[in-house]
Design a protein around this ligand. Structure first.
Ligand SMILES: NC(=O)c1ccc[n+]([C@@H]2O[C@H](COP(=O)([O-])OP(=O)(O)OC[C@H]3O[C@@H](n4cnc5c(N)ncnc54)[C@H](OP(=O)(O)O)[C@@H]3O)[C@@H](O)[C@H]2O)c1
Length: 218
C-alpha cells in the first residue's frame, strides 16, 4: 500500500483519481482548499482530507510538515482562464500559482523524501492545450501554465534516480465543472491514465507526456 497526496481532489478528475487509488488499496490524502468540502467526500470514499490551497506557499509548507513522506504525488488542481494570455495580470498570476508554482513547491518538498526512501511517483495533470505540438490552445494563461508544467516535468525527471518517476498526462475532454457537461469523457475515463502513471512498476517510463496510457507529443 502506497501513500498518495492528490491536489484539488474534492471534485472532478481529482476526486476520481483519489477514488481509484483508494479502490486499489492505497492510503489517500485528499487535498482540498475548502476543508469541509474535502472532508465530506473523503469520508464517502475512505480517504483522509487535507486542507491544501496550492496557490498558497505557506499552506503548502504546513501540509508538507503535517503529512510527512508520501509515495505518490498527483498535481491535479487546475483553473481555467478566458480570453488572451495578455488580458489579465491576476488571472496570469493565479494560473501560474495553481498549475506551476504550487506543483513545483510540492515536488521540491516531497521528491527528496521519495529519493531517500527509494520510491516515488509524481503525476502532473496537464492538458493537450499545453502542448506546443497542438498550438497551446488553452484560453487565458491556461496553455502557458500547462506548457510550463510540462517543462517542469521533463526537467525534474532528468535529474532523478529511476526509482522516482515524474510524468505529465492529459485526461482528454472530461465532464467536470471545467470541462462542461458536453465533454466526451467520464471522470473515471479522465482519471485512468493518471492512476496508471501513479502506480507504474519499476520499468515504467519517466519524463513523458501521456493520454490514454500512450505517449503524446509535447
Ligand atoms: N475537464 C477537462 O476536460 C480537462 C481537460 C484537460 C485537463 N484538465 C485538467 O484536469 C485537472 C482537473 O480538472 P477538472 O476538470 O476536474 O476541473 P474542476 O472540476 O474544475 O476541478 C478543479 C479542482 O481544482 C481545485 N483547485 C483550483 N484552485 C485550487 C487551489 N488554489 N488549491 C487547491 N485546489 C484548487 C478545485 O477546487 P475548488 O472546488 O475549491 O474550486 C477543484 O477541486 C486540472 O488540472 C485541469 O486543468 C481537465
Amino acid at each position: 500500500m502506497e501513500r498518495a497526496l492528490v491536489t484539488g481532489a474534492n471534485r472532478g478528475i481529482g476526486l476520481a483519481i483519489a477514488k481509484g487509488l483508494v479502490k486499489e488499496g492505497h492510503e489517500v490524502l485528499l487535498g482540498s482548499r475548502d476543508f469541509s468540502a474535502g472532508e465530506e467526500v473523503a469520508g464517502e470514499i475512505g480517504a483522509t482530507a487535507v486542507e491544501l490551497d496550492v496557490a498558497d506557499p505557506v499552506c503548502i509548507e504546513k501540509v508538507v510538515k503535517q503529512v510527512g513522506p508520501v509515495d505518490i504525488l498527483i498535481n491535479n488542481a487546475g483553473v481555467l482562464g478566458s480570453g488572451s494570455v495578455l488580458d489579465d495580470i491576476n488571472e496570469f498570476n493565479q494560473s501560474m500559482a495553481v498549475m506551476v508554482y504550487g506543483p513545483f513547491l510540492l515536488m521540491h518538498h516531497l521528491i527528496p523524501q521519495m529519493v531517500a526512501q527509494g520510491y516515488g511517483r509524481v503525476v502532473n495533470v496537464s492538458s493537450g492545450w499545453g502542448a506546443f505540438s497542438d498550438g497551446l490552445e488553452g484560453p487565458g494563461a491556461y496553455g502557458v501554465a500547462k506548457a510550463a508544467l510540462n517543462a517542469l516535468t521533463v526537467s525534474a525527471a532528468r535529474n532523478l534516480p529511476d526509482c522516482v518517476k515524474v510524468n505529465a498526462m492529459c485526461p482528454g475532454w472530461v465532464r467536470t465543472r471545467m470541462g462542461g457537461m458536453d465533454a466526451t469523457r467520464s471522470v473515471e475515463e479522465g482519471a485512468d491514465t493518471a492512476i496508471w502513471l501513479a502506480t507504474l512498476d519499476d520499468n515504467g517510463p519517466t519524463g513523458g507526456f501521456f493520454r490514454d496510457r500512450k505517449a503524446i507529443s509535447w
